[in-house]
Write a protein that binds this ligand. Structure first.
Ligand SMILES: *Cc1c(COP(=O)(O)O)cnc(C)c1O
Length: 470
């Protein structure tokens, strides 16, 4: 498979090049040149495969010929070995009335991002080893992505990873999941400032071409195509589990950057019998407003109980726009430029209607989120984290009696957000046994001011020390 940019002006790349490139050089996002197709017979042959084998089978058409299915299979087997519920990895729980919960929180950091990042870290290593190169991953986190990226990159021979978090502004569980990782290639920096300061520092490092090239900087953020490809797998897995390919199924996905639900769209495009995709938002409802109006308009970001969805610019949406505009990169480039300049754009009614044939959207505030956590606990005994709760609330709003089965995607373990869960139910969610000693483990991190020069010096000198010691 070859990859083109959503803005049509960057070079066409192979899968391994796209893994390392992240953002395209024209500012766009890479997408496959065409959609591979799975027939009903292909899908039937996938039913019953263990998750890791299925992952290699589903990802192969996206990765060939740069990476072969046998190499992918070795990567996926290792990536998912450590997940709870192995070999099922992504279990489905009944929520009553042909409604299901797809639990995507059985990875090392208890959030769905592990399902893709555990693959991405190993893909980096595989591709870099073949080229004899090394990279320095730098990233900023407001909580979840940092620990997931660290777990993905720890102890990988070709990678050093630096994660910046705002000092004192992430939860204790989130900080400890990052700072207690005892791997020599993992470096945590607490910045005296906000998440935005952290992001600006990371941008500042990438914008310094000399620094970027000398350190071979790389990013693992959610616009990386390999993350989408790895996320397609659990849509296939769940659809087959409830009767696919002979039965159609709907999904409800709590959404921030539009990466997870876009993977559902890709699954639908390649032939998985998916009817509707329900987008769940919190009060940061730019996507819900888009599906209601055909217009995208950004507003101030409000803090909510579901912080990983506190986003007013869903970067992966550009990939859907590219589809709605029949892969016309020039028009997508114009719309994105308008969005950057004015904070808004609209699309033509017939293209908006086309989006509505697949997508529906709902929004819920914090009170409604707590109410659904309480209701689901009372009805089924399941504890939902606030993100997953928004998915279930959206599913209930849109599930038709006697219609297709509805699968809600659960994106985080309830113990990642214990205060909200306890406030809603009176029950304190326990961390899984393997993390039970998280609060006894030794932390390791450096506190630095929000000063680009100082941060760059520390990153450089840390790398020099690592290489001298290696
Ligand atoms: C990142 C995240 C989301 C949002 O996923 P997107 O792919 O950005 O839409 C939802 N829930 C949790 C727990 C997350 O960490």
């Amino acid at each position: 498979m070859r990859y083109v940019s959503t803005r049509g002006e960057a070079p066409v790349l192979a899968f391994d090049e796209v893994v390392l490139a992240g953002l395209a050089r024209d500012g766009g996002l890479y997408v496959p040149e065409s959609w591979p197709r799975l027939s009903a017979a292909d899908l039937r042959a996938m039913a019953g495969l263990d998750y890791a084998t299925l992952a290699a089978r589903v990802m192969a058409p996206f990765a060939e010929p740069a990476i072969h299915e046998a190499d992918l299979a070795a990567i996926t087997a290792e990536a998912y070995r450590g997940f709870d519920h192995h070999p099922d990895v992504a279990p489905l729980k009944p929520l009553g009335d042909d409604a299901w919960l797809l639990e995507l929180f059985h990875g090392p950091t208890l959030a769905f991002k592990d399902y893709a990042l555990q693959i991405l870290g190993r893909l980096f290593d595989f591709v870099l080893a073949r080229r004899g190169e090394r990279v320095t991953v730098v990233g900023a986190t407001s909580g979840d992505t940092g620990s997931s990226a660290i777990e993905a990159c720890r102890d990988r021979a070709s990678i050093e990873i630096f994660i910046l978090h705002p000092n004192g502004r992430v939860s204790d569980v989130q900080r400890r999941q990052m700072t207690t990782v005892a791997s020599a290639n993992v470096h945590n920096i607490a910045i005296e400032g906000t998440f935005d300061d952290c992001q600006d520092l990371v941008k500042g490092m990438f914008n310094d071409a000399g620094f970027r090239d000398r350190l071979n900087l790389a990013a693992v953020n959610s616009i990386n195509w390999a993350r989408i490809a790895a996320q397609v797998v659990y849509f296939v897995h769940a659809a087959l589990a409830v009767g696919g390919p002979d039965r159609r199924v709907d999904f409800s996905v709590p959404t921030g950057n539009f990466g997870n639900v876009f993977a559902g769209y890709v699954a639908r495009e390649i032939g998985v019998p998916i009817g509707r995709l329900i987008v769940g938002s919190n009060r940061n409802d730019i996507l819900t407003r888009f599906f209601a109006s055909g217009g995208m308009q950004t507003e101030a970001v409000l803090p909510t109980l579901s912080p990983s969805m506190d986003i007013q610019n869903s970067s992966n949406f550009e990939r859907l726009l590219f589809e709605l505009y029949d892969r016309d990169g020039a028009t997508v480039g114009h719309l994105m430029q308008r969005f950057r300049e004015d904070g808004r754009f609209g699309i033509e009614p017939e293209r908006w209607r086309r989006a509505l044939r697949v997508f529906e959207a709902e929004r819920f505030d914090d009170e409604q989120t707590k109410a659904i956590i309480r209701a689901v606990y009372e009805e089924t005994g399941n504890l939902l984290d606030p993100h997953s709760a928004i998915g279930v609330a959206a599913a209930r709003a849109r599930h038709r009696k006697g219609g297709a089965p509805m699968i809600s995607v659960a994106t985080a373990h309830p113990a990642k957000f214990p205060e909200a869960v306890e406030a809603a139910t009176g029950v304190h969610p326990e961390l899984p046994a393997r993390l039970a000693d998280l609060f006894e483990r030794e932390e390791r991190y450096e506190v630095l001011p929000a000063d680009l020069g100082i941060v760059k010096d520390v990153v450089s000198s840390t790398l020099d020390r690592q290489r001298a010691g290696a």
